[in-house]
Design a protein around this ligand. Structure first.
Ligand SMILES: C[S@@+](CC[C@H](N)C(=O)[O-])C[C@H]1O[C@@H](n2cnc3c(N)ncnc32)[C@H](O)[C@@H]1O
Ligand SMILES: Nc1nc2[nH]cc(C(=O)O)c2c(=O)[nH]1
Ligand code: SF4
Ligand SMILES: [Mg+2]
Length: 242
């Protein structure tokens, strides 16, 4: 079996973000990203700080670990990163999870296409706004969205944009208007990914959530969007592996 670079396997927990927020799920976090967002809350997947913790695992190894941690207490697995869509080899894990009756979600930024994306039950594509320092290749994003919309019709696809400021909101609007038929989520940006005081962090994030809701209320281009905080950050702060 082919190897997959893995940094974390954890759960059961709840999906804290986006289209299936609140869903009980396991997480597999792969190593490596083609982006380097200034505010990335999982920078250890790509900045070298956790390079000694990367394990090269087969799909069978990952499955054993999921069962060891989750037993019969899960039906859903979320694969995030880093950018899992860098990894052609994830195909074997996707088919193994499906064979075992598990639903699969993916978190990716929409910079790379893989054929196995067509087999994902809950696919979240999260293009990055200006505050990240990254530039979206809209031709590539068009291509990915066209392919997954065509091949992934029984499954759910959504777009999710993290917003820190008005510039990001203008970008989010542009993405939503470009793909009006794809369910669209706005997510509160966490400015302080190393803060350890969860109560203080939650207060700040709720204030930012209220600000984001107010922007959406006022804007007729944003009538059909959903506005969400990162639920896991409100509950557990910046803790890893939850
Ligand atoms: C860590 S990323 C991994 C998956 C993929 N690389 C991506 O960005 O979509 C998972 C999600 O966390 C979001 N995220 C990362 N840092 C964040 C922050 N500081 N505040 C809010 N959301 C953040 C990303 O935008 C993405 O939607
Ligand atoms: N509970 C929980 N929900 C999440 N949703 C997306 C996450 C991610 O880091 O991709 C994440 C995460 O790390 N934990
Ligand atoms: S694309 Fe995702 S994992 Fe990569 S740097 Fe940005 S937020 Fe982090
Ligand atoms: Mg996260």
């Amino acid at each position: 079996m082919k190897k997959i670079p893995v940094l974390e396997v954890f759960g059961p927990t709840i999906q804290g973000e986006g289209m299936v927020i609140g869903q009980k799920t396991m997480f597999v976090r792969t190593a490596g990203c083609d982006y380097s967002c200034s505010w990335c809350d999982s920078a250890f997947t790509w900045d070298g700080s956790a390079k000694d913790d990367i394990r090269q695992l087969t799909a069978d190894d990952i499955w054993s670990e999921l069962i060891q941690l989750g037993g019969d207490r899960f039906s859903h697995v979320t694969i995030s990163g880093g950018n899992p869509a860098l990894l052609t080899n994830l195909f074997e894990l996707v088919s193994l999870l499906k064979q075992n009756g598990k639903k699969i979600a993916i978190e990716t930024q929409g910079s790379k296409y893989q054929e196995w994306l067509n087999d994902i039950d809950d696919l979240t594509i999260s293009p990055k706004p200006p505050s990240s320092g990254m530039k979206t290749d809209f031709d590539k994003l068009d291509e990915i969205i066209e392919k997954v919309s065509l091949h992934n019709q029984e499954n759910l696809i959504s777009l999710k944009v993290v917003v820190f400021d008005l510039n990001d909101l203008a970008y989010a609007k542009k993405v939503h208007l470009r793909y009006p038929s794809i369910p669209f989520y706005l997510q509160v940006g966490n400015e302080d990914v190393s803060k350890s005081d969860t109560t203080e962090l939650a207060q700040t994030l709720l204030t930012k959530y209220e600000w984001l809701i107010e922007q959406v209320i006022e804007d007729s281009d944003l009538n059909d969007v959903r506005v969400l905080p990162q639920l896991h950050t409100l509950v557990w702060g910046n803790k890893r592996g939850v």
